[in-house]
Design a protein around this ligand. Structure first.
Ligand SMILES: Nc1ncnc2c1ncn2[C@@H]1O[C@H](COP(=O)(O)OP(=O)(O)OP(=O)(O)O)[C@@H](O)[C@H]1O
Ligand SMILES: [Mg+2]
Length: 500
């Protein structure tokens, strides 16, 4: 009889033999890949793999899942996700891999070459992915007949974890990667064409919206605005996106409304682009003046996708049109902006997810007070004239500088004294590639603005002075009239009493 120690050592010998053969198998595959000429390669590799499996599979604790490219006529979602996810697992030790670039995607993508193996670790489980491409002997030139699949191998004790967790994990990761690499689109109703690529879940955009890639490079870092306000907006967006379950629980449409207000050129449109780039949400630019009926509005809104931002710019200019009857009959069917919000709530509480609606205006004081009531727009965001902190952001953006010993202090002092928009400063910073002349240009602009403001003040005061004088003159005149009236009355009373 063999002792327990002997059995253990025999088992460990067998396993180490297996491990070394398994390693040799990997090595063989990789060598075969480099050395054996193409017509024989797949044949030899597959014969060798079969022999290996025959002798050693019974000893192995490894199992292999085959992830086919297609399931019947449709693509296999696990395959698609693995393809994307495994890009990130291609490391410097990977000897061969494919590179490609799709014009509609932003980055170069890497993918596995035939027979290449990559490894992954999930919760301390070691996993091996191999990409297999089978080209049938008799139809080498037919692209259709190639068979692609991944072989996912791991220790069989982790079967449940892999099935119930790991595969979901890679699908989620792939979704995030896809989102990251996706171009944000700008939809408008009058766009003559659409460059829709489109992984938009069967949404029908035809005839209603046309789109172009947004290609607006602005991000939150590049926005010159109050840093606390910026933080607040980012936090608000993050909270909104994570709260799907919460919105469902309280029975509200998963929607958030922002009102952006401030003078022209303070970055309202830029902030919208930054939000879209941050969330990877498409933008729908809705011109209300182009809508002639509630039915059209409903159709337009229904043809927007989830995870999107609907923008209605310059609502004070849209307001007169909003107060007219959108549909001639019935006459009480008026569409106001707050009515529009209610309408959207109703529409999206059933079918819309992750919707953001943004109104912009240059004149908050001109808009319908009903819209400013709490609960209408969730956040009112004031985009202000440029501040010293805002200038720092712009200088870094446009000139890549953090400081200038002489000109930064001068500019920041002047900025506190005048009203200048980030757009005006940006425009001057762009006029010269060299920092110093560009900054001098900004100083000139600010000095000119200061002089203009002073002149305006003087004029205002002078005008006010004339008005004061005019008022005094008027008062004196009135006094004279009153006096003469009084004396006239006195005299006439005296005349009467004499006559009596
Ligand atoms: N806060 C800002 N931060 C960075 N750049 C800005 C900012 N504001 C304006 N700019 C620059 O000025 C340009 C015009 O700004 P933008 O169109 O965002 O202003 P706006 O507030 O939407 O103006 P309007 O009220 O006229 O629509 C932008 O493309 C950008 O280059
Ligand atoms: Mg704008």
């Amino acid at each position: 009889m063999q002792s327990f120690g002997e059995v253990q050592s025999m088992a460990s010998n067998i396993f180490s033999a297996y491990a070394s053969v398994a390693a040799s198998m990997m090595l063989f595959r990789s060598l075969a890949h480099d050395v054996i000429p193409e017509p024989l390669k797949s044949y030899i590799i597959s014969a060798f793999t079969r022999i290996f499996s025959y002798f050693f599979a019974p000893l192995s604790t490894q199992i292999t899942m085959v992830v086919d490219e297609n399931t019947g006529m449709t693509r296999n979602q696990i395959y698609e996700s693995a393809e994307i996810y495994l890009h990130t697992k291609i490391n410097p030790n990977t000897k061969r891999f494919k590179v490609s670039k799709n014009p509609k995607k932003k980055s170069i993508s890497l993918s596995m070459e035939k027979d290449e193996v990559v490894t992954d670790t999930y919760n301390n489980i070691e996993l091996t992915w191999q990409f297999v491409l089978e080209v049938p002997e008799n139809s080498k030139n037919s692209f259709q007949s190639e068979k692609r699949y991944f072989e996912l191998s791991f220790d069989k004790q982790h079967r449940e974890t892999v099935l119930n967790e790991y595969l979901h994990f890679i699908m989620q990761k792939a979704k995030e990667l896809r989102e990251k690499d996706r171009n944000v689109k700008l939809y408008t109703r009058d766009c003559p064409y659409s460059d829709s690529d489109d992984d938009d879940g069967g949404r029908n955009v035809s005839g209603v919206w046309g789109s172009v890639n947004l290609d607006h490079p602005v991000t939150f870092e590049k926005l010159a605005m109050n840093p606390q306000l910026k933080e607040q907006i980012i936090d608000d967006l993050d909270r909104f996106v994570r709260r799907k379950e919460y919105y469902k629980k309280v029975g509200k449409a998963w929607k958030r409304g922002y009102l952006l207000y401030g003078p022209p050129g303070t970055g309202k449109s830029s902030l919208i682009a930054a939000m879209a780039n941050y969330l990877k949400f498409d933008i729908y630019d809705l011109e209300l003046t182009s809508l002639y009926s509630n039915a059209e509005l409903k159709r337009t809104l229904l043809s927007t996708a989830n995870r999107s931002i609907i923008v209605i710019e310059d609502i004070d200019c849209n307001a007169p049109m909003l107060n007219r009857d959108v549909e001639p009959e019935p006459s009480d069917n008026k569409l106001t902006l707050s009515g529009l919000l209610n309408f959207m709530d109703g529409l999206w509480s059933n079918c819309g997810d992750e919707r953001i609606i943004i109104f912009t205006t240059n004149h908050k004081e001109k808009i319908d007070p009903a819209l400013l009531r709490p609960g209408r727009m969730d956040m009112h965001i004031h985009m202000s004239y440029c501040t010293p902190a805002g200038f720092d952001v712009l200088a870094l953006n446009y000139l890549a500088i953090h400081d200038h010993p002489r000109l930064f202090p001068e500019i920041k002092d002047l900025i506190q004294e005048v009203q200048v928009t980030p757009a005006e400063i940006a425009e001057h910073l762009m006029r010269n590639e060299n920092a110093e002349p560009a900054l001098e240009g900004v100083v000139d602009l600010l000095k000119r603005k200061k002089a203009e403001a002073n002149e305006e003040n003087i004029n205002k005061k002078a005008k006010a002075g004339i008005e004061v004088k005019g008022e005094a003159k008027k008062e004196a005149k009135m006094e004279k009239i009153v006096k003469s009236l009084k004396s006239f009355r006195k005299n006439s009373r005296r005349g009467k009493s004499k006559r009596m």
